[in-house]
Design a protein around this ligand. Structure first.
Ligand SMILES: Nc1nc2c(ncn2[C@@H]2O[C@H](COP(=O)(O)OP(=O)(O)OP(=O)(O)O)[C@@H](O)[C@H]2O)c(=O)[nH]1
Ligand SMILES: [Mg+2]
Length: 290
């Protein structure tokens, strides 16, 4: 059984850094993990580990931009369409791995997760090839400093989850940057002040939106529309509490271990370790498993 972990999330959320740390952690735990780079614009310096599979070996964003006159985002879409037409390349590249975690480092263009059909198609292909697949969606902890930004992160996570029908883990990355100070109210004017506040973000409490401080300048029509929108978002999140976050602090090995154990659990890693008769392992067996 092979396992695919898609590492997704907005630009700069810490996806590549998390991929590196996860692979290091797997190695420390005497397990194997390989990096699959799906970002055609990736800078090689970002990788601590040489990608085992690299979309840049198939197609280079620079070439697309130079030869076809695309900008970076159109070029990215072109690269993914090209990959889609060349799935046999990926299939062949994936061929050499058994019983291993393959960590897919994805690009940060948000539209890729919210409305482009590419990732859902890729997931179906991976499942067809018999890989157990799950996704992580990273939102960085700085989003908690601004309620509106935070809830836009929550909504983008929701939208990506609904778009990609795989087991899903939301991660609040860069938790090492969160400083909680109860003595200094100025430090968290609009955001996290204390540990108990963090809990309201990790299990997003939509009431954070209605109790927004600084709401003294209401009254105008624009503001009343804004508040109506917020109320609608509160209602949506209350009715569909799909999103909660696992905190990730890369300076703390226990924190990485917790995320990994959630991944293991989600994909039922190692559950079928007992020897099986080869004919029990029909190709399609896991294809339609979630
Ligand atoms: N303090 C802190 N910084 C981090 C952490 N993870 C990533 N960073 C920093 O955040 C920046 C972006 O990290 P990346 O891992 O490149 O983020 P990414 O999501 O891969 O970015 P794109 O691929 O451009 O979308 C870098 O400057 C990292 O050093 C973390 O856990 N803590
Ligand atoms: Mg990256």
């Amino acid at each position: 059984m092979r396992y695919a972990v898609l590492v997704t999330g907005p630009a700069g959320a810490g996806k590549s850094t998390f991929c590196n740390s996860l692979i290091t952690h797997l190695h420390t735990s005497k397990r194997t993990g390989h990096l699959v780079n799906l970002d055609p614009a990736a800078n090689s310096d970002a990788f601590e580990y040489e990608p085992a599979i690299d979309i840049r070996d198939l197609i280079s964003l620079d070439d697309v931009m130079n030869e076809l006159d695309y900008g970076p985002n159109g070029g990215l879409v072109y690269c993914f369409e090209y990959l889609q037409q060349n799935m046999d390349w990926l299939e062949e590249e994936l061929g050499g791995y058994e019983d291993e975690y393959l960590i897919f480092d994805c690009p940060g263009q948000i539209e890729l997760y919210t409305h482009h059909p590419f990732l859902p198609t890729l997931v179906k292909q991976l499942q067809r090839l018999g890989l157990r697949t799950c996704a992580t969606y990273l939102v960085e902890s700085q989003f908690m400093e601004d309620k509106y930004k935070f809830f836009s992160g929550v909504l983008s996570a929701m939208s990506a989850m609904v778009n990609l029908e795989v087991p899903w883990i939301n991660v609040m990355s860069k938790m090492d940057l969160v400083t909680t100070s109860t003595n200094d109210p100025a430090s968290g004017r609009n955001g996290v002040r204390a540990k108990r506040d963090i809990a309201r973000y990790l299990e997003p409490d939509p009431l954070l939106l209605v109790s927004a401080p600084g709401s003294h300048d209401e009254k105008t029509e624009r503001n009343s529309k804004f508040h109506a929108l917020n109320r609608a978002i509160v209602q949506l999140i209350e009715d569909h509490p799909l999103v909660s976050f696992l905190p990730l602090d890369l300076t703390d090995p226990d924190s990485i271990e917790t995320v990994l154990s959630h991944l293991d659990y989600t994909m039922q890693y190692g559950e079928d370790e007992e020897p099986k008769e080869p004919h029990d392992l029909d190709e399609g067996d896991f294809a339609d498993m979630e």
